[in-house]
Design a protein around this ligand. Sequence first.
Ligand code: CP3
Length: 358
Amino acid sequence: MSEKMAELKNDRFLRALLREPVDCTPVWMMRQAGRYLPEYRETRAQAGDFMSLCKNPKLACEVTLQPLERYDLDAAILFSDILTIPDAMGLGLYFEAGEGPRFKKILRTAEDVDALPVPDIKRDLDYVIAAVREIRSALAGRVPLIGFSGSPWTLATYMVEGGSSKDFRHIKEMMYARPEVMHALLGKLADAVTLYLNEQILAGAQAVQIFDTWGGALSGPMYREFSLAYMKRIVEGLIRENEGRRVPAILFTKNGGQWLESMADTGADALGLDWTTDIGEARRRVGDRVALQGNMDPSVLYAPAGRIRSEVAAILESFGPGNGHVFNLGHGIHQFVDPESAGVFVDAVHELSVAYHD
Ligand code: CP3
């Protein structure tokens, strides 16, 4: 880095990812900046729409910091979206109210895949890199900043289906009937994701997470061939040390609990868990090879404070004493959650976890 960065005042999150001792269990929430916060809705209205918010580094920085003003979180996550990469590859991302993400251009044929450019990150995703710089500077060492990307498989599902999907009809047809086309697409995406995450790291991201939201829609052998292999390639291509510190990599495959041993083989430092896997059992399976991140059902946040605290307590008890746990929800926080409940959750993690650390 050219400019000297402020010293990190709270490094619990980075320490836990490397299974180093901490005073209490660090916590952050997937989708912590988002629609459940009234201040987010206000900034978004100011920006116009969601993509204009992502493309404005000052406003992206503002919403990244909003949850940190409210809660005692141990990490910030870059405000952006996983679909910036397909957008930069020329697919034309847009959001239809109530329908989720859509693309103007859909990939279906070998010719479509051949014609797809690997994006020039500094040119086509400069707004993301500018946001990372802006956020690092505004954080002034308060907590570490997480960069992220979608996994090649998850990005490909949106690019081939043209948006969200329930049955993955088109991409599974491509995978089973034309596997060579599928591999060509995933290879390009793996190259793009590696370049993208490395630019985020060089701009100041202190850890990175790969979101594989849809890897769990595959059978074991298909998961290994079409999702995990490409995430491994990315992990192997990442810059692992910057500013004199290791940059941990977290892999999160939603519904991937049965494949944790294979996920640990990628060289990732930590694995994200959704709530369908028992975290204590997951810990026994992966041993000291990786840290674990998770895994409370985000719907618990609809319950009263006492119930939120008892769910937090149960997860801490299941993981047990010792190092290597980053507390999180098992997926993104829901938009209808009361912001106060998120505060109850964060405080419960810090308070109740002290007993599990020396
Ligand atoms: O965690 C954070 O706070 C960082 C921001 C972040 C967003 N999206 C902001 C966002 C992150 C890490 C993502 C990742 C993302 N985006 C994933 C992977 C994680 C996951 O949830 O499984 C996926 C699959 C997407 C694609 C995407 N973007 C979807 C399905 C949607 C929801 C569409 C809808 O209307 O519900 C988005 C939009 C989006 N990304 C929002 C936010 C805050 C809501 C947009 C809005 O303000 O209307």
